[in-house]
Write a protein that binds this ligand. Structure first.
Ligand SMILES: Cc1ncc(COP(=O)(O)O)c(C=O)c1O
Length: 382
């Protein structure tokens, strides 16, 4: 990527999502696991259109995500309307105006809502019942059976099960899959039905930090073996970060530097409001990054801060890197998932970064830097 061009033409802080990398990664996952792929839109709402031809489905968890995908022209039959809270008006709009592929049922109230609207609009609804992994998402095994016993209009195509996120323990995953298989068998026997589909989210892990050992190839091989037990059904794997993380870089410039008895402090024009990997542990860990322009000068130890005026806004503590000067560009990698939406981006009324898609060696601006002062402003005229 031509960083001279980027510096000249775009303002920092800035996200760049490399679509060639995104498509490569998505195709790789599909070829490796040889099953349907479901992209969890929450991971990055700027990229769904770019992978529409590669993935089978989009997991949409709010009306906002629906509006984005709808405006992008995503095929409605590829949409799975999911989420822990489905409000009446949004679901009514979806059911009455569109032919949505599927809905998940995540509670008895959602079940009643979908039954009611399906009957009101005389529309066939295909659903997956989400079985809980013992948290606030999905239904218990008892409620799962209640839904099968009491459904009228809804066609239950199968089960959705999401294991968690950043999962590395294949022992746990194997145990969960065994239990899921047992449960499906018992339900099929008891109700004399076939659940044709399994949509399974293994919580694919991503290595975000240097000096951490995660052998993705081996993990994928073992995960692939574990999911063999699910392949007698139509199998779809849900992924967010594993699809989106590698395509993203976050660019932020050195805007000030100072030195005191605690060392060299470097202030960047970005910060933890835009840069989220997984949890708020970054200052203690070392993300992958480059500095531009590269210089072979002597090295120094620096602590990197954002510009949020809070002691929490520390990006990396005591990192050794080339001698820095104001204007140098930090390029943080693997930020394609969650970073652009998960940060505390309204804090201190800093601008939201611009967003660029990089595709076939071209830069496509899909969002300008946005002022948050307008959102944080008390408008007495309202
Ligand atoms: C149901 C469901 N599927 C998929 C995902 C995506 O998870 P990840 O980004 O870890 O792949 C999530 C994340 O919260 C989820 O709740």
């Amino acid at each position: 990527m031509d960083y001279n061009y980027i510096i000249k033409n775009f303002k920092t802080p800035l996200y760049i999502f490399n679509i060639d990398e995104l498509v490569r990664r998505t195709r790789y996952l599909k070829a490796f696991f040889k099953c349907g792929l479901v992209y969890a839109v929450k991971a990055n709402t700027f990229i769904p259109k770019e992978i529409e031809s590669v993935v089978e489905r989009f997991e949409i968890c709010s009306n906002g995500e629906f509006e984005i995908c709808n405006k992008l022209g995503i095929d409605h039959s590829k949409m799975v309307i999911s989420g822990v809270y489905k409000d009446y008006d949004s679901i009514e709009n979806m059911i009455s105006n569109y032919d949505i592929g599927k809905y998940t049922i995540e509670s008895l109230n959602q079940f009643e809502l979908l039954e009611e609207l399906s009957s009101k609009y005389n529309k066939e609804i295909h659903a997956l019942i989400r079985l809980t992994s013992n948290n606030q998402f999905g239904v218990s095994e008892e409620d799962f059976k209640y839904i099968l016993k009491n459904k009228k209009n809804i066609i239950v195509d199968g089960v959705e099960y999401f294991s968690g996120t950043q999962k590395t323990s294949l022992k746990k995953i194997n145990k969960e899959i065994d239990h899921l298989c047992e449960f499906i068998n018992s339900v099929e026997e008891e109700f004399n039905i076939q659940l044709n589909e399994i949509e399974y989210g293994p919580g694919f892990s991503i290595q975000y930090f240097q000096n951490e050992e995660f052998d993705e190839e081996n993990y994928f091989k073992e995960l692939n073996e574990a999911i063999n037990k699910l392949r007698h059904k139509k199998l779809y794997l849900e992924a967010g970060r594993s699809i989106a993380a590698s395509c993203g870089t976050y660019l932020t410039k050195v805007v000030d530097m100072k030195n005191n008895k605690n060392g060299n402090h470097v202030i960047l024009d970005g910060g933890i409001n835009h840069l989220v990997y997984y949890g708020q542990t970054m200052a203690m860990r070392l993300p992958y990054f480059d500095v531009f322009p590269k210089k072979d000068n002597k090295k120094e130890i620096y602590t990197l801060y954002g510009s949020l005026c809070t002691v929490n806004d520390v990006i990396i503590k005591s990192v050794e890197t080339q001698e820095l000067e104001i204007g140098d560009l930090f390029i943080f990698k693997n930020v394609g998932a969650y970073s652009s939406t998960e940060g505390i981006s309204l804090f201190l009324s800093r601008e939201l970064p611009g967003i660029i898609l990089y595709k076939n060696k071209e830069f496509i601006k899909v969002r300008d830097n946005l002022k948050t002062s307008e959102i944080n402003y008390p408008n007495y005229e309202k």
